[in-house]
Design a protein around this ligand. Structure first.
Ligand code: 16G
Ligand code: ZN
Length: 545
């Protein structure tokens, strides 16, 4: 009865416009902000149910549309250990979001609670945060109305990056346990990352070993960050200024997060990766390192200008190989036995896959696009490195391996340093989800230890020229794939045609898949030269149309 009363009170202002259809996809619900109100309201209800179902553990809600344009927004749920919402619940989310009346919603709540054995009177807890979009505050308050329907306790953290919200959820749910992840505050996040960074730094960089001209103090680490005018800018600013100012010499450009219309415009990780060019407002100095975050700071890509003035991208594959080679070296120096593996998607550059397999001799697993697929596979290794080429990724350390690190007594100083570094990397690298801030600090410390400039990093392997294009088709759902999205099973006969075309190109590779976030089909093509990659991309696009 109480639920009916609450629905009576709140449903009216959050009723769904009849004709709209919504789907909880790889990135949660994402669309134009002005049609999201009814959706976020029911997500509040669903988060409450999920928390009650999990004995009151805290569920996270993030309001963001990542790299999408300013007028978009979105909402997604985060499970108690900071992971993506369990897949079966995505279906419940979609069902709830498409109900057209108050009674239908009430019946669905009762149906789910019966089916899943949820006690609706039991406690439920939620934390919520948002990126810097101007639709964020109003959508937050509509979500909170949804939380009130089932009497959920909530805390609104306001502006955060997506990975910070994941950190908080895991920290809250592990509080006072032996697996405590960190202090459940924004500052706790900064402390955890900066402490780990300093420990690794001090283990390797001492004034004596530094190449700096003034022998007493090593040079500061230099980085310029393009924040896409998003929430990552003020957050990394806070972290470095408060905790790492004496080690890092940094500059943030495109940092107008208070101007929501500037978000992701001519800037950000997605812009840089897709267009393979510099963002606005960077005048590159050759061989200096630059980084771009996306709008909610769960992706990062790096780049530099070489001595000939060419733009060089260091994307998710380059991050993955850099970290894998460093970690592999640490494992061997530690004297421990640990299985390291790399997870990629079909978008990974062929050269990176060859490098990891043939040079590093580390196993590579390929999964479909989307964090939940990569994360799941990475969790099967002692150390699982996963990055999408677009810059989203992280490194997972298994619980078992972390306890090995904690309990091993090293027999040499070299072993001790390797073990300590591995352990601190597990603190520096966000274990819940890809995190631009955490990944940035990790790349910086690895480059500093190796005394590498961006060109040294880039030399590990040479990317095959590639092109990613978008083709608008009448119905993208007819494009079905298998083998981690690398082959089409439908429309019939198309895969054979693609393979015949690809065969004409040296080192040619191409695949076609329906986007999970846009009404379009994506065509990826790579080949030996720029011209051939472009031609292959064109040929395949013609087949798809
Ligand atoms: C979502 C995914 C991202 C993936 C992208 C692909 C999560 C949290 N995000 O943004 O990992 O790269 O979708 O988009 O899983 P697409 O299906 O439109 O190509
Ligand atoms: Zn993002």
């Amino acid at each position: 009865e109480e639920i009916r009363d609450q629905l009576d009170q709140y449903y009216g202002i959050h009723a769904k416009p009849q004709q709209l259809k919504f789907t909880y996809g790889t990135a949660g619900f994402r669309t134009k902000a002005n049609i999201l109100d009814s959706v976020v309201f029911v997500v509040g209800i669903l988060a409450s149910l999920r928390s009650k179902y999990l004995d009151g553990q805290t569920i996270g809600i993030m309001i963001t549309a990542s790299h999408n344009p300013p007028e978009d927004n979105g909402i997604k749920l985060c499970d108690p250990q900071g992971e993506m919402l369990e897949q079966s619940w995505e279906t419940y989310a979609t069902t709830l979001a498409n109900l057209n009346t108050k009674d239908e919603i009430f019946n669905e709540i009762i149906k789910l609670s019966t089916q899943l054995n949820i006690n609706l009177d039991s406690p439920s807890n939620v934390v919520i945060a948002r990126d810097s979009r101007d639709s964020g505050p109003i959508l937050t308050s509509s979500t909170i109305d949804g939380l009130k329907v089932l009497n959920t306790q909530y805390k609104d953290f306001g502006l955060l990056t997506t990975p910070q919200l994941h950190y908080l959820v895991k920290s809250i749910n592990t509080l006072n346990s032996t697996t405590s992840y960190g202090e459940p505050t924004e500052d706790g996040y900064y402390q955890k990352l900066s402490n780990a960074f300093k420990k690794i730094y001090n283990n390797f960089i001492t004034p004596a070993s530094s190449l700096s001209s003034s022998a007493s103090s090593p040079q500061k680490i230099k980085i310029t960050i393009d924040a896409a005018n998003g929430i990552g800018g003020p957050k990394i600013d806070l972290l470095i200024q408060k905790y790492l100012n004496d080690l890092i010499d940094y500059q943030i450009v495109n940092n107008q997060y208070q101007d929501p219309l500037a978000l992701n415009v001519g800037s950000g990780a997605d812009y840089v990766k897709t267009n393979q060019r510099l963002p606005n407002n960077i005048n590159p100095v050759p061989l200096q390192l630059y980084a771009s975050f996306d709008g909610d700071a769960d992706r990062v890509v790096f780049y530099y200008q070489d001595e000939e003035g060419l733009f060089k991208l260091l994307d998710g594959d380059k991050i993955s190989t850099l970290l894998t080679s460093f970690l592999k070296d640490l494992i061997s120096k530690s004297g421990l036995n640990a299985e390291i593996g790399v997870v990629q998607t079909a978008y990974a550059n062929g050269s990176s896959t060859n490098y990891i397999t043939d040079v590093l001799k580390v196993p590579v697993v390929c999964t479909p696009t989307g964090v939940k697929h990569l994360h799941h596979e990475a969790a099967k290794f002692d150390i699982g490195v996963y990055f999408e080429a677009n810059g989203h990724g992280t490194v997972l350390f298994s619980d078992n391996f972390i306890s090995v690190l904690k309990n091993t007594s090293p027999s040499t100083p070299q072993e001790q340093r390797a073990i300590e570094t591995l352990f601190e990397l597990s603190n520096l690298i966000n274990q819940t989800v890809g995190d631009a801030i955490s990944d940035l600090l990790t790349v910086l410390i690895v480059l500093t230890i190796k005394q590498w400039n961006p060109a040294n990093w880039d030399e590990l392997y040479t990317d095959l020229p590639n092109r990613l294009t978008k083709v608008i088709v009448p119905d993208r759902y007819v494009f079905k794939t298998t083998n981690a999205e690398r082959q089409l099973t439908s429309p019939e006969g198309l895969q054979e045609k693609i393979e015949l075309t690809v065969k004409k190109y040296q080192n040619g590779r191409s695949f076609v898949r329906a986007s999970g976030t846009e009404d379009a089909v994506r065509v990826y093509a790579e080949a030996n030269s720029r011209a051939e990659a472009d031609q292959l991309s064109h040929d395949i696009s013609e087949l798809v149309k």
